[in-house]
Design a protein around this ligand. Structure first.
Ligand code: FES
Length: 105
């Protein structure tokens, strides 16, 4: 079990990029149903989604956007709804909450 971030870390931009030991990249995103976590790897080419730290979301905070070619992924389930990997999904990372801490399950 690895601590990824705290819920408060999600407030400024709605999402938080986390690099784990060994280099694995994860994005934790706030949703109306609580936080979700995904591997930060676009299904199109495998690149990380963001250009600027913790800037993953559209203005409405409903979609993660890949900065490379603009694919859009629903925050709730990671499904790509627009772009070159339409119909594919970000890989979900199982998490649990321990108080304010978001922990990889
Ligand atoms: S690399 Fe993400 S849309 Fe192309």
């Amino acid at each position: 079990m690895t601590a990824l971030c705290r819920l408060a870390d999600l407030e400024p931009t709605g999402a938080k990029g986390v690099t784990l030991e060994g280099g694995r990249e994860i994005v934790v995103v706030a949703t109306a149903d609580g936080p979700r976590a995904y591997l930060n790897a676009c299904p199109h080419t495998g690149v990380t989604l963001e250009t600027f730290p913790d800037r993953f979301l559209n203005a409405g905070r409903s979609e993660l956007i890949c900065s490379m070619h603009g694919a859009r992924f629903l925050v709730g389930d990671g499904l790509c709804v627009s772009g070159p990997c339409l119909g594919r999904s970000l890989a979900r990372v199982a998490i649990v909450l321990d108080g304010d801490a978001v922990i990889e399950a």
